[in-house]
Design a protein around this ligand. Sequence first.
Ligand SMILES: CCCCCCCC/C=C\CCC/C=C/C(=O)SCCNC(=O)CCNC(=O)[C@H](O)C(C)(C)COP(=O)(O)OP(=O)(O)OC[C@H]1O[C@@H](n2cnc3c(N)ncnc32)[C@H](O)[C@@H]1OP(=O)(O)O
Ligand SMILES: Cc1cc2nc3c(=O)[nH]c(=O)nc-3n(C[C@H](O)[C@H](O)[C@H](O)COP(=O)(O)OP(=O)(O)OC[C@H]3O[C@@H](n4cnc5c(N)ncnc54)[C@H](O)[C@@H]3O)c2cc1C
Length: 632
Amino acid sequence: MQKTFKNEKILFAEPLFQCDGLAGFTRSELYENAIHRTLRINQLKKEHNWTQEDFDIAIRCLNYEVGFVIHLSMFIPAIERLATDDQKAKWLPLAESYRILGTYAQTELGHGTNLMALETTATFDPRTDEFVLRTPQLSSMKWWPGSLGKTATHAIVLAQLIIGNKNYGMNPFMVQLRSLEDHMPLPGIIVGDIGAKLGANSNDNGFLILNDVRIPRENMLARNSKVTKDGRYIQTSTNKANYATMVLVRLSIIRWAEDTIKNGSLIAIRYSAVRRQSSLQAGGPEMQVLDYQTQQYKIFPSLAASYALFFTYEAMMKEYEIAYAQIMRGNNQLLGQIHGQLSGLKAFASDLVTYELEMCRRSCGGHGYLKASVVGETLLHTLPLVTVEGDNTVMYLQCARYLLKQIAKALAGQDVDEPTSYLKKDILSYTCPVQKGEHCTNPNYLLKIYTQRAHSAIASVARQLQFDLESGKDQSSAFNNNLVSLVQAAKAHCQLCLMKNFVESVSALERTCSENLASVLRQLCLYFGLHGIVTASGEFLESEAIGLQQLEWIKAEELKSLAAIRPNAVALVDAFDLHDQTVMSALGRYDGNAYQHLFEAAKREPMNQTQVPPAYYKYLRDLIKGQPLAKL
Ligand SMILES: CCCCCCCC/C=C\CCC/C=C/C(=O)SCCNC(=O)CCNC(=O)[C@H](O)C(C)(C)COP(=O)(O)OP(=O)(O)OC[C@H]1O[C@@H](n2cnc3c(N)ncnc32)[C@H](O)[C@@H]1OP(=O)(O)O
Ligand SMILES: Cc1cc2nc3c(=O)[nH]c(=O)nc-3n(C[C@H](O)[C@H](O)[C@H](O)COP(=O)(O)OP(=O)(O)OC[C@H]3O[C@@H](n4cnc5c(N)ncnc54)[C@H](O)[C@@H]3O)c2cc1C
C-alpha cells in the first residue's frame, strides 16, 4: 500500500523521530521539534543519498508532524508554477537550500474562499519601478498561512494588482518578511502567530500586516502576467493558471486523507482483534469485539476507504501529471478538468476520512478517548483538510460547475472529458443490471449503478437550473436556489470516481497478483460499492438506478460481505506496512499488547512523575485533616 520505506530503520532509530514523547509538549516545544525533524531528515537524505520520494515518505511516516510543510508543499511549488525561468533561477536554489523559508499568503482575516475579494493591494509605482504592498484595513491582513507567524523569511503574497486607478486582479508577489541576518521583521512588516488551534500546533500559522512595503517590479511572479517598466499589464496566460498551486495541494490532500484513514482503520481493527468483551452465549468465552457484526459495520468502511483512496490517488496523480506537463508548456486545455476533478475529490476524500476516523475512534470504546490511542489525535490533525485549500462546500460547487459544463457539451453532441464520458450516454436507456440477488456480487454491475446515479443527479440539477432560468430567475439566484443539489451531484460524481478507480485498479492487479490476493481485493471493492449504495440509498432510489428490491438484495449482500472480510481484516491493515512509530498508537501496535502499551504510556504521563501532586499541599491536606481552609 505505501511504498515500503526501506529507510524506516534509520529514521526510527533516532529518538527525535520516536513519537511517544510528543504528548505534553508545549506549542513552542512542538514547533521546535518539528523544525528539528525536517532538518534532520534533510541531513539523513544527504548522508544516505535518499531520493526526494524517500524524503516525502519519511515525512508521511511522521504523519506530516514536521516543520516547513508550507515551504515544501506550497512555497516551492508556487515558484515552480508562477515564476518565469529567470525568477526560478533566482528563488528556487535559495528555497531548496533553506536559505529562504517561505509561505503562501493568500487567505485574509476577512476572506479565504472568495479570492476575487481579497483586499491586500500591490500598487505599481513607476517612479521607483516598485510595487507598494498595503493592508488597507483590519480584515485585509493575511491570516492563516502556515509558517507565517515565526518562521517564514519570505511570502508569496496574493494581492490585487493596481496600476494607475485600475485593478488587474489577484497576482502573486514575492515579499521578504524578515531579515536574513537576525530574523527580525523588516520595516513595514507586522507578523505573528494566530494562536493555538485544535491540532497541528507545531505549525505557526500566522498573520501579516503590510504597511507600504516596497518590492522591486521583478518580484511579481510573472509566468502568467507581468507589468512593464512603463506600467503596462501584459497577460501571457489565463489568470486561472495562477491557481495552479492550489490544484497540486488538493491532490496532496487526497494522499494525506489516505494516510490518515489507513492509520485510523489499522488502530481500530488491530485493537478490535485483541479486545474481548462480553459473550454471545451465557457463560461462554468473551468474544473478540471484531466478531460483532456492528463492530465490523463501524470500521470496515474505513478499511475499504483506505484502499479506495489509495487507488484514486494513484489515478489522479497520473491525470495531474499529464495536465501539469501541458500547462507548463502553456497549454491550459486540461486545467478546467483537473481543477474540477481535484476540487471535488479533495472535498470528498476529506469528508470521507473525517467521518470514518470518528467511527474508528468510537469503535475503541473508552480507550479511544485517550491521547495514547492516537486515533483522536489523528482526527484532530485531519479536520483542517475539510477547509484548507478550499472549503469543501465551495470545492464541491467548483466540481459541480465543471460537471454542468460537461453535461451541456454532452447534450449538444460535443466531445466531453474522459472523466465525464458517461454523460454522453442516453440516460433513458438504462436498465438496472442487478436483476437477481447474486448480481450484487459483481462490482462491474455496481459501477453501472453508481454511473446512473451520478448521471441522473447531474442531469436533474441541470434541468432544474434551466427551469429556474426560464422561470425568470437571474443566473445567481437560480444557482443559489440549487446549491444543495449541485453539491449532491458533485458528491455523486466523486463517489463514482472512487468506485471506478477501485474496480479498474483491482481488475488490473488481477492480471499480475495471486488469485488469493485478487479475491480479497475483489471482496473489499465489492464491499466498498455495496456500502456506498446503502449509505446513500435515498439518492440511488431517487435516481432510479436501483429499486427497492435491488436495495434489499444489496443490503443483504453488504452484511454478508462483512463476514467475508473478517478473516482478512487484520492482514489487510498489516499490508499497509506502517511502522509502529508511524501509527504511534498504544492500541494499534503490531504486537497486539494494547494493555501493556497503554499502561506504559500512562506511566510516562508527567503527572505520574511524583506520587503526591502539588495540589495536595495547597488544597487537599488541610481539607482531609479537617483543618480550616485559608482564604482561597
Ligand atoms: C513534503 C512535505 C509536504 C507534505 C504534503 C502536504 C500537503 C499539503 C496539505 C495541507 C497544507 C494545506 C495548507 C493550506 C493552504 C491553503 O489553504 S492556501 C489557500 C487556499 N484557498 C483556496 O483554496 C481558496 C478557495 N477559493 C478558490 O479557489 C476560488 O475563489 C473559487 C472558489 C474557485 C472561485 O474562483 P473565482 O473567484 O476565480 O471565480 P470562479 O468564477 O468560480 O472561477 C473563475 C474561473 O477560474 C477557474 N478556477 C477557479 N479556481 C481554479 C483553480 N484552482 N485551478 C484552475 N482553474 C480554476 C474556474 O473554473 C472558472 O473557470 P471558467 O470561467 O472556465 O469556468
Ligand atoms: C490549518 C489551516 C491552514 C491553513 N493554511 C493556509 C495557508 O498556508 N495559506 C493560505 O492562504 N490559507 C491557509 N488557510 C486558510 C484556508 O485556505 C481558508 O480557511 C479556506 O480557504 C476557507 O476559507 P474561509 O476560512 O474564508 O471560509 P469561508 O469561505 O468564510 O467559509 C465559511 C462558510 O461559508 C461557506 N461559503 C463560503 N463561500 C461560499 C459560497 N460561495 N457558496 C456556498 N457557501 C459558501 C463555506 O462553505 C463555510 O461553510 C489555512 C486554514 C487552516 C484551517
